[in-house]
Each structure stands twice: as C-alpha cells, then as structure tokens.
Design a protein around this ligand. Structure first.
Ligand code: CP
Length: 315
C-alpha cells in the first residue's frame, strides 16, 4: 500500500476525509511551502490538469491552474460552454470521458448536486470537486480550515459564526462537515428564508454544537473568534423576488467590529458583493485575501499528493 493515501484519490466530499487526513494536509501544505522552487517544479512535470467549469469562477480555477504551473505541469480546460461542444448538446458524461483521456486529474464545477460523484464514478483519473450545486466545495473548506488553523494556532475550542446565505452556499456545508471533526461551537446567522437545510446537517448535528439566529446580535458577536461571511447566492434563487427581499440583509462594517472581540478574524470565500464594507479590508481582522492566497498553496499540495506516490519522501 502507498504511504501517501491521497495518491490518485478523488476529492468529492470533505466527508471522505478524516480529522487526521485534514491535519496531515495542513502539515503537508506547510512542508510544501518550504520546498525550493526547482523541487516544486518537478512534482507535476509532464502532467496535465483538466478543468471543466460549468459555472463562473475566479479563485478556484486560477488557483488550480497557477498551482499546476508551479509544479511544472500544464492545464487545459473549458470555462465557457459556448465555445465547447457542450453548446452542441454534449453530455457531462461524454465531456468527462474525453477530458479523462487528455488529462491526469480533473477539476469540475457544475450546477448540479451529485455532479462530482457522478464524474468520479466515470473517470479513471481523480476528480476534484470544485463546486457541485449547493451541495459542496470541499477544497474551499480545506483551505478555510487551514486558514483558521494558521490564524488561531488551533481549531478546537473556537467559536465560529457563519453569516449570510446558509441555504444555497455550498462552501457553508463543506465547512460545517469539516468543522464537525473538531470541537467547536458554531453560530449560524441568516434570514429565516436562507436558514441551513436541516436534512443536510442532520448527520453532523451529533458532533457539532449549532445555534441559529436571524440577526448578528451583540451577545453573539462578543463570543466569536471567527466570523465567516458568505454572499447571498442570487443565481440559485428560483424566484428573483425572493432574492430582492433578502439582498443586503447583512453588512460587516466598523460597527460590527466595534462590538466584536478585538482579535476576531473575518473570513469570506469570496467573491463578495456588498456584505463586507471595503474599509474592513485595511483592518488586521480581515483575513479573506490571505485565505485566497492559502488556496493556491493548499491546492498545489493536494495536486502534489494526488499525482505523486511519495512526494515528501516519507519512510
Ligand atoms: N471561493 C470560490 O469558490 O471562488 P470562485 O467562485 O471565484 O472560484
């Protein structure tokens, strides 16, 4: 058996990774950052990352592409279905089959829940879920947890608030599944119409202390070590009038910071629209751009682990 059990492994759900796996990925990411450029540049040499983005992306696609380039590999892919044969009616299954022939690892973002699981069953090469409907975005959660770990030195014992669109935000679900492996208290803050989907957290409620609120109350703010802010996912509302009712519900600004712990960390998977005031960017509490930077490093580490049997020369 391979020492590196991430070798050739799909990343479909963060639920497929144990707490030990996650902690190991964080350690490997720290080790990866220390490697010389010339060593990094050998880890993906001659290998190809294939990406299929059926929904828009800035960070996920570019961080994977940039990560693959740093490993000496190359990337090919589809970001605009209108200039691919998807426009002619080609199915996801056939597109995956073809990409599987041309690449060593496939990064997939698709609007349907279950799309990555379906692709992983079809493809011989590993599939990385870069967002499946409102279901999951596991590598985002890994980088979120890594950011928390780097910022606070630990994940256990923290009090974490998650605010915004908890119904449709796929990063929220992957993050909650990841947090359920640690000993944390979680406050969920959303308008009633965007509350967490109970059926999606049923399993983890045994491990995770969840409390729900409709407002960022002062008493809640005072307790938080982390406030994870999310965008209201306009594109997922079946009725735009429902979106109009809740848009702009929460804004993290200086008045929120004044009521919070002095060292609260403000996170956001990005993109933001109007839910964090731009003036927060200049404060030491804003760590969302650091979070995006960690995304490239953690994804380069994941690619290294998936593509190489023993990249860190473990005995
Ligand atoms: N956080 C995230 O998934 O960003 P993108 O949609 O820009 O990839």
């Amino acid at each position: 058996m391979s020492l590196n059990h991430f070798y050739k492994k799909d990343i479909v759900s963060i639920n497929d990774f144990s707490r030990d796996d996650l902690n190991r990925i964080f350690k490997y990411t720290d080790n990866f950052k220390l490697l010389d450029h010339s060593i990094k540049g050998e880890l993906g040499k001659g290998r190809t990352l294939g990406y299929l983005f059926y929904e828009p992306s800035t960070r996920t696609r570019m961080s994977f592409e940039s990560a693959m380039a740093s490993l000496g590999g190359s990337s090919i892919g589809i970001v605009d279905s209108k200039i691919s044969s998807i426009e002619k009616g080609e199915s996801l299954a056939d597109t995956i089959r073809i990409m599987d022939m041309y690449s060593d690892v496939i990064v997939l973002r698709h609007p349907f829940d279950g799309s990555s699981k379906f692709a992983a069953e079809l493809a011989e090469n590993p599939i990385i879920n870069a967002g499946s409907g409102s279901e999951e975005h596991p590598t985002q959660a890994m980088l979120d947890l890594y950011t928390i770990f780097k910022e606070k030195g630990n994940i256990d014992g923290l009090v974490i608030g998650i605010v915004g669109d908890l119904k449709y935000g796929r990063t929220v679900y992957s993050l909650l599944y990841g947090l359920a492996k640690y000993d944390v208290n979680v406050y969920l803050i959303s308008p009633p119409s965007l509350a967490i989907r109970k059926e999606s957290v049923y399993e983890i409620e045994k491990n995770l202390k969840l409390k729900e609120y409709n407002y960022l109350y002062d008493d809640v703010l005072k307790k938080l070590d982390i406030l994870y802010v999310t965008r209201i996912q306009k594109e997922r509302f079946p009725d735009i009038q429902e979106y109009e009712k809740v848009k702009g519900t929460y804004k993290v600004d200086s008045s929120v910071l004044e009521k919070s712990k002095i060292d609260i960390s403000i996170m956001h998977p990005l993109p933001r629209v109007d839910e964090i005031d731009y003036r927060i960017d200049e404060t030491k509490n804003a760590i969302y751009f650091k979070q995006a930077r960690y995304g490239k490093e953690l994804r380069a580490t994941l690619l290294t682990l998936i593509l190489n049997e023993n990249p860190f020369n473990e005995e």
